[in-house]
Design a binder for this molecule. Structure first.
Ligand code: IPE
Ligand code: IPE
Ligand code: MG
Length: 244
């Protein structure tokens, strides 16, 4: 039985989020520049998106560029932005063919103009697609997102007794997107790096040594299979969960 066949389609996570890490180290191992690693990361994005959509996952969020990543050398930042524009441009057709909607979260206005336009254009062109939403986290950080929400709540004059978890969630850039049940990070780093702090309050975390450019469909299956063999208790006891 293949790993894919072992996955219980009825118990799929509705939303999987991935911290795509390790492009630079992957390239370094091959004696190449970090940019080479980012280019090969696109193959992993394609494979993972396809695998998730084929299985029936409804939301796939990929952490592509963090607020902190603006602090990288200018050459790397410029190359990443160029790669982003090129990839979005190249892949929009495939997204439409596969009925996948493109969304983006983060401080999108801080992206270079052409990048912002390309992104908006692709989101518009894929807006009617219903099979899966591919969410790109760009110029995203959770602390930025939470502060931005607080500022807008105050600006809107919301009264304290109106503020509950639902209201607060609706002010986050992820509004309308369910919290991820599963969060994957590649490259053997065991940290969250300012990603979806509010939304992953009860997510299952999965870490793999694989560097992002090497991540393939089988790796996604493995993460989902691992997730499906866990008991999610949400504060209750194991006995309570089994009684259901
Ligand atoms: C992830 O790979 C891609 C981005 C953060 C843009 P890295 O570029 O962080 O690669 P490592 O972690 O240096 O290997
Ligand atoms: C996290 O990776 C951000 C993205 C994957 C886009 P980093 O490589 O920037 O994370 P740190 O700085 O090592 O924690
Ligand atoms: Mg990294």
């Amino acid at each position: 039985m293949s790993l894919k066949e072992k996955i219980d389609i009825l118990k799929l996570p509705e939303h999987i989020a991935i911290i795509m890490d390790g492009n630079g180290r992957w390239a370094k191992q091959k004696g190449k520049s970090r940019i080479f690693g980012h280019h090969h990361g696109v193959t992993a994005v394609r494979e993972t998106t396809e695998a998730a959509a084929e299985l029936g996952v409804k939301f796939l969020t990929l952490y592509a560029f963090s607020t902190e990543n603006w602090n990288r050398p200018k050459y790397e930042v410029d190359s990443l932005m160029k790669l982003l524009v090129k990839t979005i441009n190249n892949e929009t057709k495939t997204l439409n063919k596969n009925n996948i909607r493109l969304l983006a979260i983060g401080d999108l206005k801080s992206l270079p103009g052409n990048c912002y336009e390309e992104l908006n254009d692709a989101m518009r062109k894929t807006a009617a697609n219903t099979r899966m939403s591919l969410v790109l986290a760009l110029s995203y950080s959770s602390k930025w997102e939470i502060l931005d929400a607080v500022k807008r709540i105050v600006k809107d004059g919301i009264k304290t007794d109106q503020i509950d978890q639902e209201l607060f969630s609706s002010y986050l850039t992820t509004t309308g997107i369910p919290d991820p049940e599963l969060l994957i990070r590649t490259s053997g780093e065991y940290r969250i790096s300012n990603f979806l702090l509010w939304q992953i309050a009860y997510s299952e975390l999965y870490f793999t040594q694989k560097l992002w450019p090497d991540f393939r469909k089988e790796d996604l299956y493995e993460a989902i299979f691992n997730y499906q063999n866990r008991e999610r208790r949400f504060g209750k006891t194991s006995e309570q969960i089994k009684q259901k």
